[in-house]
Design a protein around this ligand. Structure first.
Ligand SMILES: [Zn+2]
Length: 136
C-alpha cells in the first residue's frame, strides 16, 4: 500500500475508535464536553470528525463521485474503508490522505486556533499522495 506510516497509523486508530476525539476524551473525563470543536452541535466521534461534520462535508463534496457516494453511506469507519478497498483500491490512498488532513486540521483548530479552507485541505491531501508516490 502506497500510504505513509503516519497516515496508516491514523487510519488504524480511527478503525479502532482510539483517536482522542472529544467524545473519547469526555468518556475519560479529560475534557468537559463531548461536542465537536468545529460545529459545536454534535458529539465528536470518529465518524463525526471524519465525515458527518458539516465542516468536512464540503471537502467530501469536492472529491471524486465515488468517494462522495461512499461517505454518504454513513457507516462505521471500518465499513467505509473496506468498501473502498473492495471497489477501487487506488482510491484508498486519496481517502486516507484526506482523512489525515481532516485530523490535522481539527488539531490545528484545537491547539493553534487555525482552520484551513476546504480547498486547501484537498490540495494538501492531493499533494501528499503525489509526493509519496514519487518518493517510493
Ligand atoms: Zn462537527
Amino acid at each position: 500500500m502506497e500510504i505513509p506510516n503516519a497516515v496508516k497509523m491514523l487510519i488504524w486508530r480511527a478503525c479502532h475508535d482510539s483517536l482522542p476525539t472529544n467524545q473519547n476524551l469526555f468518556k475519560r473525563e479529560i475534557v468537559e464536553s463531548p461536542l465537536c470543536t468545529v460545529c459545536k452541535t454534535d458529539p465528536e466521534t470518529v465518524s463525526h470528525a471524519l465525515w458527518s461534520c458539516i465542516s468536512v462535508q464540503d471537502v467530501w463534496g469536492s472529491c471524486s463521485k465515488r468517494l462522495r457516494k461512499v461517505v454518504v453511506m454513513e457507516k462505521s469507519f471500518k465499513e467505509i474503508l473496506s468498501y473502498i478497498f473492495s471497489v477501487n483500491e487506488d482510491e484508498v490512498a486519496d481517502f486516507a490522505a484526506i482523512v489525515y488532513q481532516f485530523w490535522r486540521r481539527r488539531n490545528s483548530l484545537v491547539f493553534e486556533e487555525k482552520f484551513l479552507a476546504p480547498e486547501i485541505v484537498v490540495q494538501l491531501a492531493h499533494q501528499a499522495v503525489l509526493n509519496y508516490k514519487e518518493a517510493v
